[in-house]
Design a protein around this ligand. Structure first.
Ligand SMILES: Nc1ncnc2c1ncn2[C@@H]1O[C@H](COP(=O)(O)OP(=O)(O)O)[C@@H](O)[C@H]1O
Ligand SMILES: [Mg+2]
Length: 280
């Protein structure tokens, strides 16, 4: 296993956010971690990247117990993360943000830089633009591109589809698939369960700090309980495949609209951006 969590418990003060989480990610896999708000998905990723420490349990990466390894060493070891809410540097240019992803490296990063621009042509068009002035979708691309600059063995993605218009959700997910096809292992956290399960090889369902299901992703897509809880109960073949306004991208859109947290929730601007991306 490339990555393994064994019975991990994490606390915020007296609150136990992870209550004994065990999961495995094999080299080359896309593994998805799905679950509702507050289930502990972000906490799980932070525990892997070293932003939170375990109260008990262990985290193994590439054969070593990394429980006490500081975060920047984990990046060097091959754990890349595109954080929830993107975490880009708004005053810096797109190009400078990408280079930040390679800050811990001492070797040549030109191949990964070229690859990030190749995967995200919109970033190449905007390399001198201040990152903070880009659309939410573009910032998400930048966060993923920056994570690639660390040349990760495993890429941790925290709700990459959050707040994006349906067309852009499709685009981000197909780029994630391409990144995996080129050899990077992926642990994908999503509330947009349908899209994540279509992409992933295997998946775990997290509920209030506990893994309650673990199965091949296709099995969870067909599971009545999972469908009822996370897929809106009705997943026809038409939904999700084309990424139309009624496909699961709409779930993310609805969610963002409810949260009121992302500009894409209002729609028009991002749809235009997505079209622009397609034409480019
Ligand atoms: N900084 C924090 N301080 C206190 N509690 C937190 C903090 N971050 C997360 N939590 C709590 O831990 C639980 C899991 O949160 P989180 O991992 O962010 O869930 P998810 O990403 O699945 O929505 C929630 O109950 C949340 O309120
Ligand atoms: Mg979260």
């Amino acid at each position: 296993m490339l990555l393994e969590l064994r019975d991990v418990r994490v606390h915020y003060g007296k609150i136990e956010a992870l209550k004994g989480v065990s999961l495995e990610v094999g080299e080359g896999e896309i593994v998805s971690l799905i679950g509702g708000n507050g289930a502990g998905k972000t906490t799980t990723l932070k525990t892997i990247s070293g932003l939170r420490s375990c109260s008990s349990g262990s985290v193994f990466f590439d054969g070593a117990d990394i429980g006490s390894m500081p975060g920047h060493r984990r990046v060097l070891a091959g754990i890349g993360q595109a954080p929830e809410g993107r975490g880009i540097f708004p005053g810096m240019s797109v190009h400078e943000n990408l280079l930040m992803g390679a800050y811990a490296r001492k070797d040549d990063h030109s191949k990964e830089l070229a690859e990030a621009y190749e995967l995200f042509p919109r970033l190449a068009e905007r390399r001198t633009q201040a990152a903070g002035t880009m659309s939410g979708g573009e910032q998400q691309m930048l966060a993923i591109g920056r994570a690639l600059l660390s040349k990760p063995k495993v890429l941790l993605l925290d709700e990459p589809s959050m707040g994006l218009a349906p067309m852009l959700v499709q685009q981000i997910f197909s780029i994630i698939e391409e990144i995996n096809r080129r050899g990077t292992t992926i642990l994908l956290v999503e509330q947009n369960a349908q899209q994540a399960l279509r992409l992933a090889h295997r998946a775990y369902v997290l509920e209030t700090g506990r893994i309650v299901r673990s199965a091949p992703a296709s099995e969870l897509l067909d599971d009545p309980q999972v469908r009822a809880a996370y897929l809106g109960g009705d997943v026809g073949d038409a939904a999700g495949a084309a990424g139309g306004p009624d496909a699961s991208g709409g779930v993310a859109l609805d969610k963002a609209a409810k949260d009121g947290s992302e500009e894409e929730a209002s729609g028009a601007g991002e749809a235009g951006a997505a079209n622009g991306g397609k034409d480019a």
